[in-house]
Design a protein around this ligand. Structure first.
Ligand code: FMN
Length: 239
């Protein structure tokens, strides 16, 4: 029997947060469904967010004009990427689903910061999804290297849902998520599942927070069977 491996890339500073509760619920429900779940708790491991020459062990090819993508591609081929990147790439390679609370089955889990992921999670994206390992000019989007993996974003906001509608003050959430879902996840080939958005958990009564978590647990029971989103631009922006 094939075991689904899930990687949760998680970015919140506090174990008392709603994000922590959402991450814990995912670990609980997915483990119950016989998934193997790994969590990369980025603040806990003090994950380095900056893409620098220190990410390569030993000499770089061109120190005068250091080019991160090309140098990390070479380093990946030669097994010279630094240990924290290598460890995250190992988890990602093994995963079928990634949840970006993070994604192979991966989830990412995070509070929305400035319409996108917190810097530490952007650092994970910048440093782990290296050229050669996660994408090449030939292998991207539907031909992407991770086309057999699924990924989804799971995150909280400070805004109410109505503020992220097409005529709300923030504009359409689908537009906001385009760079993350299409430009990063789908670019690397991931089948992207619908995002899990917890609207303004800090501003609702505790019963409403419990209802949100119950809904999340219910969704997680069927999440492995969900159909991915379509990323034809016209599907998202027409109308
Ligand atoms: N909320 C939004 O809805 N949109 C934003 O762009 C946004 N940017 C933020 C930037 C920073 C630096 C901080 C600290 C918060 C921001 N927020 C924004 C609010 C957080 O998303 C919100 O407090 C968090 O999701 C609540 O979840 P938690 O209780 O698990 O921390």
């Amino acid at each position: 029997l094939a075991v689904t491996k899930v990687l949760i890339v998680y970015a919140h500073q506090s174990s008392g947060s709603f994000n922590a509760a959402a991450k814990d619920a995912a670990v609980d429900v997915l483990t119950d469904q016989s998934c193997t779940v790994e969590v990369s708790d980025l603040y806990a491991i003090k994950f380095k967010a900056t893409a620098t020459a220190e990410d390569i062990t030993g000499d770089v090819k061109n120190a005068d004009h250091f080019r991160y993508a090309e140098e990390t591609k070479l380093a990946w081929e030669e097994g010279k990427l630094c240990a924290d990147i290598t460890e995250e790439q190992r988890k990602l390679t093994q995963a079928d689903l990634i949840i970006f609370q993070v994604a192979a089955w991966g989830l990412q889990c995070f509070p929305m910061y400035w319409f996108t992921v917190p810097a530490i999670m952007k650092g994970w994206i910048d440093r782990v999804l290296t050229l050669g390992y996660a994408y090449t000019p030939e292998k991207r989007y539907s031909q992407g290297l991770f086309k057999d993996k699924k990924a989804m974003l799971s995150f909280t906001t400070g805004s109410q849902e109505s503020m992220f509608s097409a005529d709300g003050i923030n504009g359409d959430m689908n537009v906001t998520l385009w760079p993350l879902q299409n430009g990063i996840l789908h670019y690397c080939g991931f089948q992207v599942l619908a995002p899990q958005i917890f609207w303004a958990p800090s501003h609702v009564p505790s019963e409403a927070r419990i209802t949100m978590l119950t809904g999340w647990r219910t969704r997680l029971h069927g999440v492995l069977e969900e159909k991915p989103l379509s990323f034809t631009p016209s599907d998202c922006f027409d109308g």
